[in-house]
Design a protein. Structure first.
Length: 250
């Protein structure tokens, strides 16, 4: 039981800014063991956003509420994933060879490509959520973050770490190699989508999965695997793809 709680706590503190009490002295964080709890953190994040959405839409105009929710979604992760998206965009859109791309992605400064990518992604999220009907919004707000964290696990489980093992924060997870975990959660999410929205819900999940699969392929072509930045990008793109697909098919 202690091992499970340790892994869950590590996942929450790694992926969010939710404050949790510190471990007792002598208990270390289990980064590799925390991976299986990443999708559960997505559920937790989605639940927080969903409840906040229920409250905010009853107080503020819809436009203000949607902007607030997108801001909160980024804030919960400490803008961690957006930073990864920006670095990934700067590297992948540079038309440089692999090693040069990896060096660009390590640079803490944000470039024009990264800044523009963040702006357009946030605009896509806001416009997509604004297009979702009120009855479906709670479902979308819960499932989007869940799918985004599934995308992180899927990328780690299906690809190799593109840097040296001890180079970069994501190197802590480089020994994780399993597609079973993400497959189980995709099936769970598929059941939720079908139960809530029928065939349209499954179409949303298919479109989102196809988009993430295309990003995985791009990452493989560009750098031969994944880095911490591409994991963050996968999460952000997964959320955006799910929101856009729901705005299209629901």
């Amino acid at each position: 039981m202690k091992t499970h709680l340790q892994g869950l706590r590590t996942a929450i503190t790694f992926l969010t800014i939710i404050p949790l009490p510190k471990w007792q002295q002598g208990i270390s964080e289990d980064f590799l063991g925390s991976v299986k709890y990443f999708p559960l953190v997505g559920m937790l994040t989605g639940f927080i956003i969903m409840v906040t959405g229920m409250i905010s839409t009853s107080i503020f105009p819809q436009t203000v509420s949607i902007v607030l929710l997108v801001f909160l979604l980024s804030l919960i992760s400490g803008f961690f994933h957006l930073d990864g998206l920006a670095d990934t965009a700067d590297g992948f859109l540079s038309s440089k060879p692999k090693q040069a791309i990896l060096e660009i992605m390590k640079d803490s400064r944000i470039g024009v490509m990264g800044a523009c990518t963040i702006i357009f992604l946030l605009l896509f999220k806001i416009s997509a959520l604004f297009s979702v009907s009120g009855d479906d919004l709670s479902f979308v707000l819960f499932c989007g973050p869940y799918f985004g964290r599934i995308a992180i696990v899927a990328m780690m489980g299906s690809m190799v770490y593109a840097r040296k093992k001890n180079d970069g924060l994501a190197g802590l997870f480089s020994n994780f190699r399993s597609s079973a975990l993400s497959l189980v959660h995709i099936i769970i999410l598929g059941c939720v989508c079908f139960a809530a929205m029928g065939v349209a819900g499954l179409l949303c999940l298919f479109f989102s999965s196809f988009t993430i699969g295309a990003f995985f392929y791009l990452s493989y072509r560009k750098i031969g695997g994944y880095t911490g930045d591409t994991l963050g990008a996968a999460c952000e793109l997964g959320e955006a793809a799910f929101f856009i697909s729901c705005a299209t098919f629901l």
